[in-house]
Design a protein around this ligand. Structure first.
Ligand code: AMP
Ligand code: GLY
Length: 421
């Protein structure tokens, strides 16, 4: 079988490596992929948002199955376009991807169907938003409606910060049209959990839970990033909480999307906060998380292509999706300066005897060499019997990957280990 994976980051590298375990797969293309995955897939220089070129490539190369991984192509309708020419896909269609594409949509969906989330107001003009902020409880959270490269959320600790956030989104348009509408929502507290799930619109199968580490520096200091590391499973996510989430969040969300005529098929990501008043949805993503995927998929026992095909064919109830009773830790190695300005072009060297997976996010080839080409460069992922061992092993292997100007957090997993007691 010939498979095509749309996207080019560490998440896609983890998906590709997992797919490769299936011996029926003879060829994997990555569009565009990156130089760090050249041993695992053939990288094709087509951007993930260039839907006409993606469709042409699939047609010309007899693609049997496509995985569309990033938010942009999903929201733009890449799956609709590929299915229309007869290429079966894993990923939601455009109508369903709106669950991530519009925060106004997702907040209204949760309100309509009684799914627990932060209280909120939606504004489409700046004056009403500013008027509301005069008396809104502080801290408050300001969210741009549309996709904003993961940066469209501002936690305002003062009224002045809230006003500045609304003005930057609605007047200065720092996120373009994504900020034409804003959501102002209640500030919640509690441990955060990411739960990725497979769903075909009928059945929902949560994957092993995980925890992201979004801030750039140790102790959750520094700027927000795309994610500096992850662990799985997340110790805060107990069996009791999982049961509550299934009943009050996962099934109701899948049902709500069906009732709206927007059946969701693919990976539905629940970003949850375990508040003193129970688990609440912070955000939905219409795709695998990055870098959550890098710790979740290595723990998947069942063949990934089989699961993806069952999702596509709406037969998920017929298969048993199993995870290993183990733990994983991903330490992201980034370029010094990220998420601000950083230099690239440094050679990445991986020791041949490294005892960890390396999923590459930002790299390019230069002859035989692989050079850094992004802010988040790669993730070093270790799997072990328990969380403490997985974290130890990941940090033991990190020095086996080197490039100039590398930096990484030294405390990935520590909060989770403390929670274990
Ligand atoms: P997002 O970009 O939607 O993942 O949000 C980024 C981060 O902002 C989340 O991981 C939370 O830590 C935080 N956040 C989002 N919404 C809220 C909220 N209502 N209350 C407190 N923190 C929030
Ligand atoms: N790790 C969060 C995300 O993928 O959006």
């Amino acid at each position: 079988m010939k498979i095509m994976v749309v996207g080019g980051g560490g998440r896609e590298h983890a998906i590709i490596k997992k797919l490769k375990e299936n011996k029926d797969i003879t060829k994997i293309y990555a569009l565009p992929g990156n130089g760090g995955m050249k041993d695992d897939a053939e990288c094709v220089n087509i951007g993930a948002k260039d839907i006409p070129a993606i469709v042409d490539f699939a047609k010309a190369n007899g693609i049997d199955f496509a995985v569309v991984a990033p938010d942009d192509p999903l929201v733009l309708g890449c799956v609709d376009a590929l299915e229309e020419i007869g290429v079966p896909c894993f990923g939601p269609n455009k109508a369903a991807a709106i669950i991530e594409g519009s925060k106004v949509f997702s907040k209204n969906l949760m309100k309509k169907y009684g799914i627990p989330t932060a209280a909120y107001e939606v504004f489409s003009d700046v004056d009403s938003a500013l008027k509301y902020l005069e008396t809104a409880p502080i801290p408050t959270v300001i969210k741009a409606d549309g996709l904003a490269l993961g940066k469209g959320v501002i936690i305002a600790m003062t009224r002045e910060e809230a006003v500045a956030a609304v003005k930057s989104m609605m007047e200065d348009k720092v996120f373009g049209d994504s900020g034409s509408n804003v959501v102002v929502e209640e500030f919640l507290t509690g441990p955060e959990v990411s739960v990725l799930s497979f769903t075909d619109g009928k059945t929902v199968v949560p994957m092993i839970s995980s925890m992201d580490h979004k801030r750039a520096l140790d102790n959750d200091e520094g700027l927000n990033t795309g994610g500096m590391g992850t662990i799985a499973p997340n110790p805060y996510y107990t069996e009791d909480i999982a049961k509550v989430c299934m009943e009050t969040i996962f099934i109701p969300t899948v049902d709500a999307m069906n009732k709206e005529g927007r059946t969701f098929k693919g990976c539905l990501y629940f970003g949850l906060m375990l508040t003193p008043n129970g688990p609440k949805v912070i955000e939905y993503n219409c795709r695998f998380g990055d870098p959550e995927t890098q710790v979740v998929l290595p723990l998947l026992k069942t063949d990934l292509l089989t699961v993806m095909q069952a999702v596509r064919n709406e037969t998920l109830a017929d298969i048993n999706v199993e995870f290993k009773d183990m733990a994983a830790c991903c330490v992201v190695m980034a370029s010094k300066g990220y998420p601000g300005k950083y230099e690239t072009g440094f050679e990445i060297k991986v020791a041949p005897d490294i005892d960890a997976e390396v999923y590459v996010a930002g790299a390019k080839c230069d002859g035989d060499k692989v050079l850094t080409a992004g802010g988040r460069v790669l993730g070093v992922v270790a799997v072990a019997d328990d969380l403490v061992s997985a974290v130890d092993k990941a940090y033991k292997e990190v020095p086996n990957v080197t490039f100039d100007n590398a930096y990484y957090r030294s405390d990935i997993g520590q909060k989770a280990i403390k929670a274990l007691g």
